[in-house]
Write a protein that binds this ligand. Structure first.
Ligand SMILES: NC(=O)c1ccc[n+]([C@@H]2O[C@H](COP(=O)([O-])OP(=O)(O)OC[C@H]3O[C@@H](n4cnc5c(N)ncnc54)[C@H](OP(=O)(O)O)[C@@H]3O)[C@@H](O)[C@H]2O)c1
Length: 302
């Protein structure tokens, strides 16, 4: 089967021919329609996971149709349309491939109202967004920094549907998109310091971009005792003064995927695809994401 692989950490991704994986106990083999690109994919190439085997198939997210189920799998049958996470770096496996294996508890029935190529863009960003919004609870005003990307577009929709007032960063060209996704206020991060443009202060910040120094610059925009969550691990060990600041690792489960599928099928959440590429264009798409030039979610149609 065709797959996008790297021969070692830091190597250039390339399309190669790999044997299709075999589903083990508790696993399903899926014929993928599409894979979804996440920044984590190039972070893995850069060494974010130490115990990977090579050649390593890149990619976590995907959607497709079950080809075969392994032993002890209940609830799924060949032919079922599913979406979820397929990354098993330790075994050299991932989702930028014609066939991929997933644990039964890392997938769920795909949303019925969108194409599988759209569903492939959902798992990691969508589950992270659900986790983040669950974590901030009933914050009245939320600032999302990096709002126009994969995670941010889901956070904006989920938070605004819960009645939270969303303040989203976006350049002028993406402001209308963010308003359509539920943002009540837009802060143009290209026009000047973010904190100068946020008034009144917010109860919570979800920051998908900033390093520690830029997080500190945001403090005047947050009310005393407010929450700052950093999925990019920018909160220093000693925390940040006057606020509850924490680094954030997302959980993943089939229950979260089922919740996302329900949100999508009920029309509360839409999937914002910026780019659709082929398997052979995936290396270029990874380079664009690494350079910060990705537009919305990128889907790799297989
Ligand atoms: N810890 C976890 O569990 C976890 C889970 C998921 C993701 N993450 C991490 O979270 C980060 C975001 O993920 P993602 O999938 O949303 O990435 P993404 O799709 O690449 O989105 C990032 C967005 O940030 C915007 N941006 C860039 N510089 C900015 C700035 N200075 N101010 C405001 N916005 C800016 C970009 O939009 P413009 O081009 O419009 O500026 C881009 O769309 C990644 O580093 C990812 O690895 C962590």
């Amino acid at each position: 089967m065709r797959a996008v692989t790297v021969s070692g950490f830091g190597a250039a991704p390339e399309v190669t021919d790999r044997p299709a994986p075999e589903p083990g106990r508790g696993e399903v083999l899926v014929r993928l329609t599409a894979a979804g690109l996440n920044p984590f994919d190039w972070k893995v190439i850069d060494g974010a996971i130490k115990d990977a085997s090579f050649p390593l198939i890149i990619g976590t997210d995907g959607a497709g149709t079950i080809d075969r189920v392994g032993a002890d799998v209940t609830g799924f049958r060949p032919g079922d349309a599913v979406f979820g996470q397929f990354s098993k770096a330790r075994q050299g496996r991932g989702s930028y491939a014609e066939m991929a294996v997933a644990s039964y508890n890392a997938i769920a029935a795909a949303p019925r109202t969108v194409a599988l190529s759209e569903a492939a863009a959902v798992p990691t960003a969508g589950m992270t967004a659900l986790n983040l919004v669950d974590h901030i609870g009933d914050a009245g005003r939320l600032l999302i920094v990096g709002a126009t990307g994969g995670v941010g577009t889901f956070v904006a929709q989920i938070a605004s549907a819960r009645g939270i007032t969303v303040v989203a960063t976006a350049s002028e060209e993406k402001a209308d998109l963010m308003r359509a996704l539920g943002a009540a206020e837009i802060v143009d991060h290209t026009a000047g310091p973010i904190a100068d443009q946020v008034e009144p202060q917010v109860d919570a910040v979800i920051d998908l971009i900033s390093d520690t120094e830029r997080l500190r610059d945001l403090l005047p925009a947050v009310r005393p005792g407010g929450i700052i969550l950093s999925p990019v691990f920018a909160v220093p060990e000693e925390g940040l003064p006057g606020v509850e600041a924490a680094n954030f690792s997302s959980a993943a489960s089939s229950e979260l995927l089922e919740r996302l599928a329900r949100e999508i099928d009920s029309g509360h959440v839409r999937v914002v695809i910026g780019d659709t590429v082929t398997l052979s264009q995936a290396p270029e798409a990874l380079a664009r994401s690494r350079a910060g030039r990705a537009r919305g979610k990128t889907v790799i149609v297989i």
